[in-house]
Design a protein around this ligand. Sequence first.
Ligand code: HAM
Length: 422
Amino acid sequence: MAKNKIQAPKGVSEYFPPRSRTFEWVRSALIKPAVLAGYELIELPVFEDTELFTRGVGESTDVVSKEMYTFQDRGGRSITLRPEGTAGVIRAVIESNLDRGQLPVKLWYSGPFFRAERPQAGRYRQFYQVGIEAIGLDDPAIDAEVIAIADAGFKAIGLKKYRLELTSLGDAQSRAAHRVELLKFIQGLQLDEATVARAKINPLRLFDDKRDEMKAAMSKAPLLMDYLTPKSREDFESVKSYLDAMGIKYLLNPKMVRGLDYYTGTTFEFVHELLGAQSGIGGGGRYNGLMEELGGQSLSGIGFGLGIDRAVLAAEAEGVLPQGYFVCDLFIIPLGNKCKSKSLEIAHQLRSQGIVTQIAYGDRALKGAMKAADKTGSRFVIVLGDNELATEIVELKEMKTGQSTSVTLSDLAQSLKRVLRP
Ligand code: HAM
C-alpha cells in the first residue's frame, strides 16, 4: 500500500524550477547594489540564543511576543530560529570585534528567516531576505546611501509601482519628550489590558493597532515628528536633501511604526501597490542603541531587510521579469553511445568557457530530444551522430528561427560566443 505523502510544513515558501530561476535572479539583483557600494558578505547561523531577540528586537513586538520559533536544544538552552537579521549581525560584530577596526562596518546577508505568522499570500513562516547593515557612524549621508541601495535593487528588478515611505523617530531626547505626551494622551483612552501592557513597553506600538476603533482613537495622538530636537530635525533634513540630490522620491509618513523595537532616527518602508495586505517589500532604519543593548560599545547603525518573496511577487504582478534571460545556450543531442561520450567532452569544454550547455540523456529518439531542447528554452541545438563525429562538423541550429549554420567542432565555442555575447 502506498504510504501517506509527507508534506511541507504549513506556510513556508519554496522555490523550484522554473520559478526558482526568478527567485535567484531577483535575489542577485537585490544584492548587487550593496556589493557595488562596498558591502561585504556575512553568513550567520539561522538559530541563536533566544535572549538575543527578546533583548534586541523587543518584547512589545508581535515578532517576539507571538511569532518566534523557540525550542530547547539537547543541552537545555533556549534557542530561537532567527526572525530577522539585524540582532544576529550586531551580536557577531561585537563577538568578533569587527567594530574595533575601520568604521563603518558594511555588511550584507541573504537567507531564510522564520516567523510563526498566520500564512497568507506574501506572508510565510519561512521567508527570505536580502539585508545590509552599516555600523559605527552616525552620518545622515549613510542613511541616504542605505535607502538608495534598497531603491536601486528594486529598480534593477524593474519595479515601478512602489513608494518609499520615510520618517524619523529622532534621538533619545526627542522620543522621551514625545513619550511623555503620548502616554498622557493614551491615559485618556479606554483600553483593554493587553493594549495597556503593550503601551507600557512601547506606546508607539498603538499607532500600528489595526482595529478601527484604535485607528480612530490614535488619529489625534501627538506625533513624534513634532517633538524632534533641533539636531534630529537637522539630520532628517539632511537625509531628505541627499535623497533629493540622488533623485529618490519619498513620501513622509509620520505614523509609520516598524515591527521591531530597536529603531531610532531615520526609518523607512518600501510599499508595493499591487500586493494587497502584505505590501511591505522592504524596510529598515537606524538602531543607535542596539549594540549597547546587546552588550557592545555604544555605536550606531542603520540597515534594511528586503523581502525576496514579496519582490518576486511584485515583479510577477508588474510583469517585469526579463524574457529569455534564463535560457540554456546550447542543447546537444547525441545519437548512440560513442556520440554520448563526445557530447560530454564538448559540454565540459563549453561550460568551462561560460556557455550554458545541456545534453539529451537517456537515448531518446530525435523527436523526443528536440522537444526536450524546446522545453529547456535552449537557444541553439546540435545533433551529434556518427556522421558529425567523422567529419567534425555540426549543424548549429537556432531554435527560434530554425536557421542553421555548419560549424566545425573546434570552432563551436567561438561561434556560440559571437552570437551569445556579441
Ligand atoms: P522587517 O520589516 O521586519 O525588517 O522585514 C523586512 C522585510 O521582510 C519586509 O518588508 C517584508 O518584505 C519581508 N517579510 C517580513 N516578514 C515576512 C513574512 N512573514 N513573509 C514574507 N516576507 C516577510 C527586518 O527584518 C529588519 N531586520 C530590517 C532591518 C535591517 N532594519 C535595520 N536593518
